[in-house]
Design a protein around this ligand. Structure first.
Ligand SMILES: NC(=O)c1ccc[n+]([C@@H]2O[C@H](COP(=O)([O-])OP(=O)(O)OC[C@H]3O[C@@H](n4cnc5c(N)ncnc54)[C@H](OP(=O)(O)O)[C@@H]3O)[C@@H](O)[C@H]2O)c1
Length: 325
């Protein structure tokens, strides 16, 4: 098969297009003929060697294609060996493309539980863009966030890849959404997806501005992909909750303990999601026939290095997708 593989970790030139052996398919696994793969920031960390594995390795967590044994159109669930507990992944949990060959290839082998039907309304590129960001957003909002119709939710960093899924899913679930962003474009994009209002997190008083934009009310739920716990807590109404799954703005947080417990607050961690979370997300998407993931750039598989450069340069909007045809 044709694939992009890493023979060493490092810069963009380590992403080498080449012929590679077809994947071995153990019992209980299935082979998927990939039509498209999509990038996540996590792929850059894999390429740089943050998750060391025996090389060569095909990176890539996200993909969509045709299951060879049944001919079904499928999307790949990128969480391997989540296990039986919904509360948290088990000890064997890892992401496809970290140590097991991933989706930058014409073929990928995955456990059977890691393929689910492709939403019919999505193109191959859109379906490939869905898995990691989509399941992360769905579990953050519903599995961990417990979002209910009519609740008021604040989503931090609206311009981010995962945030576009958060806004669309929360809107469909009947939430009233406020966002923060560094740019008016980020706010406008979120409003187009269903948010009611947005404020700039570059303004020091943004937590108060966010409450004012929410009719002066605190939020039931704040989704924090960036690591702003103290500010996030300050925007909650009593009994509210923060869901955290990223730390690109800060790795550490300092919070005042007394207001935390008097406020009856929760801070909940989440990461990606199980195949059960994924199936629940597909159920939601079924009820969103007009929705599409935002695909920003489509490149042929062999240009994986250019695709990584786009992510590392920043400022792109929408998912970066590689096609195998
Ligand atoms: N744990 C998991 O399973 C998991 C899965 C996926 C992603 N993540 C993490 O989630 C985060 C977002 O991922 P992504 O793929 O959406 O990344 P991304 O596309 O690079 O988006 C990051 C966004 O964060 C916002 N941001 C940056 N600094 C901020 C700040 N100081 N305050 C508020 N917002 C800020 C920006 O929003 P604006 O453009 O609007 O300014 C930016 O667009 C990353 O930290 C990523 O590692 C975790």
């Amino acid at each position: 098969m044709h694939a992009v593989r890493l023979h060493e970790y490092g810069g963009l030139d380590t992403l080498r297009p080449e012929e590679a052996p077809d994947p071995v398919v153990p019992p209980g696994w299935v082979l998927v003929e990939l039509r498209a793969a999509a990038l996540n920031w996590h792929d850059c960390l894999v390429r740089r060697g943050q998750y060391p594995a025996p090389l060569p390795l095909v990176p890539g967590a996200d993909g969509a294609g045709v299951r060879r044994d049944t001919g079904e159109d499928v999307v790949i669930v990128p969480s391997l060996w989540w296990g039986d507990r919904d509360a948290a992944p088990g000890p064997r949990f890892e992401i496809l493309g970290d140590r097991v060959d991933g989706t930058y290839a014409e073929l990928v082998a995955v456990p059977e539980e890691n393929v689910l039907p492709k939403p019919a309304q999505l193109s191959w590129e859109e379906a490939a863009a869905l898995p990691l960001a989509g399941v992360t957003a769905h579990r953050a909002l519903f599995g961990r966030g417990g979002l209910r119709p009519g609740e008021r939710v604040l989503i931090l960093g609206a311009g981010g890849g995962v945030a576009t899924f958060l806004v669309a899913f929360a809107h469909r679930a009947g939430a009233r959404i406020t966002v923060t962003s560094s740019s008016q474009g980020g706010i406008d994009g979120a409003v187009a997806l269903g948010a009611t209002a947005g404020v700039s997190y570059r303004d020091a008083g943004w937590p108060q501005a966010a409450r004012e934009a929410n009719d002066g009310e605190g939020f039931d739920l704040v989704i924090d992909p960036v690591g702003q716990w103290a500010d996030a807590l300050s925007t909650l109404r009593p009994g509210g909750r923060v869901v955290s799954f990223g730390a690109n703005a800060a790795e550490q947080a300092e919070i005042a303990i007394r207001p935390f417990y008097f406020g009856q607050f929760d801070i909940r961690g989440t990461t990606m999601g199980s195949h059960r979370d994924f199936a629940a997300m597909l159920g939601l998407i079924d009820r969103m026939p007009d929705w599409r993931p935002v695909v920003g750039t489509v490149l042929p598989l062999d240009r994986a290095a250019d695709a990584h450069r786009l992510l590392e340069d920043g400022g792109h909007r929408g998912k970066v997708v590689l096609t195998t045809r």
